[in-house]
Design a protein around this ligand. Structure first.
Ligand code: ATP
Ligand code: MG
Length: 393
């Protein structure tokens, strides 16, 4: 008898001829996620499932927790593998049921789900369901069968070996990391941008991240908070190159030289430009922001047009149609919320004008931006950027 993890995947099934590529990337994601546990795991793919061998019993819980953050995974079941022989299957099933009952005394009913993809196995699925159900009832007098709403499902899949399991832990779904190229996330210390990064990484993108700070107007701790948030996203998205860009000089210049109503949108344009330069450097093909339509003055449709006008890369805004509450519920689910609400100032909040324009025009903003030659300041900000590799897998 051997312990094994059985991994189901979702949308990859739709991928037709590209499917092997997606499966390879998913297996790579699984290996990377389990690497830090330090066991020589074997990851094998068989008929629409992935099996992970080589983990000892005591590592299973952490392994399942790790896999629950690997994009592309629909669900995970800790299973045991035994030889394809009814007596071995029965013994393993009885032991598995016993362990479940010990952990969860509230279980009173069960149902067997036997499946045979190896048709050479002599017992038909229905016969095995009946026989195994009977043997479980005999061994555990407190249990009864409920075919509609069982407290516990006892699964047996007969393939190369027989696999038994009784639990299914949900994965994050999405597409395997690295199947969709790379994009650069503009990350602030707020609630929205980490969620935006997570949602785009979920579609298979690898991430770079760019953060603008305005020391001494923003504190060292605000910067640390962004590193922490990036680390939390990298639990899902894998390694992230984080560029920390000093933005004080540009921000003070905007403040000093440009119309006060337009400072926020101008600042957003300059951020986008520098982010685009880092994106190019990292081989990213798009930018990601946490903007939601109408959330604040700089997120009206006019403002977004003005922001987009500053760059030539596409800008992904996965939260564009989300309410704040919806965003917060994802932030809580992925564990970034508590860090995001720590009270350290972001450079956007420090320099916020009292009456920002809500309907800026592209022509006007281009003109205001042209009041200053930004070339050298942008070059300097890029030169003084500190880049760190964040990886919390
Ligand atoms: P968030 O919660 O992500 O901070 P927000 O609702 O506070 O978003 P803004 O402050 O207007 O909105 O920022 C809009 C977007 O601009 C952010 O989601 C983020 O992508 C980007 N952004 C804002 N401030 C910074 C910063 N200091 N560094 C990098 N990107 C930033
Ligand atoms: Mg913000």
């Amino acid at each position: 008898m051997e312990q094994v993890l059985l991994v189901r995947y979702g949308e990859i099934h739709l991928k037709g001829l590209n499917r092997p590529f997606f499966e390879q990337k998913l297996m790579q994601g699984i290996r990377h996620s389990l690497d830090p546990l330090g066991f020589p795991v074997k990851v094998k793919q068989d008929q629409g499932r992935i099996f992970v061998f080589g983990l000892p019993g005591q590592a299973m819980e952490e392994a399942v927790d790790r896999l629950s953050r690997v994009f592309g995974i629909h669900s995970i079941s800790p299973a045991v593998a035994v030889e394809k022989d009814y007596a071995a299957i029965r013994d393993a099933a009885l032991a598995m049921v016993g362990r479940r009952l010990e952990r969860d005394p509230a279980i009173h009913t069960f149902k067997c789900f036997c499946r045979r993809s190896d048709k050479r196995f002599p017992m038909r699925s229905e016969d095995m369901n009946r026989e195994l159900g009977h043997d479980i009832l005999e061994a555990y007098a407190m249990l009864s069968v409920d075919v509609h709403h069982p407290d516990m499902q006892v699964w047996v899949e007969v393939r190369e070996q027989a696999f038994l399991y009784s639990q299914e832990v949900p994965g994050p779904n999405g597409m395997p990391t690295g199947t969709a190229g790379r994009a650069a996330l503009l990350i602030s210390g707020g609630i929205d941008s980490p969620v935006a990064g997570y949602l785009m990484a979920k579609r298979g993108l690898e991430l770079s991240a760019v953060h603008f700070y305005s020391y001494p107007y923003t504190s060292e701790r605000a910067r640390d908070k962004v590193v922490d948030l990036t680390r939390l996203i990298s639990r899902y998205a894998g390694p992230i190159r984080l560029h920390l860009v000093p933005f004080t000089e540009i921000q003070l210049t905007i403040y000093e030289k440009c119309p006060p109503k337009e400072t926020t949108v101008l600042m957003r344009r300059l951020m986008m430009r520098i982010a685009e330069a880092w994106a190019r450097q990292d081989g990213a093909l798009a930018l990601i922001t946490g903007e939601a339509l109408g959330q604040v003055a700089s997120q009206t449709i006019e403002s977004l047009c003005v922001t987009d006008d500053a760059v030539s890369m596409p800008v992904f805004r996965p939260l564009i149609g989300f309410d704040k509450e919806e965003i917060i519920s994802i932030a809580k689910k992925i564990d970034t919320f508590e860090t995001s609400i720590l009270p350290y100032e972001d450079c956007c909040t420090v320099f916020v004008p009292q009456h920002p324009v809500t309907k800026p025009s592209v022509e006007k903003l281009r003109a205001s931006e042209a009041l200053v030659d930004w070339t050298e300041m942008i070059e300097k900000a890029i030169k003084d950027t500190e880049t760190i590799l964040v990886n919390s897998r």
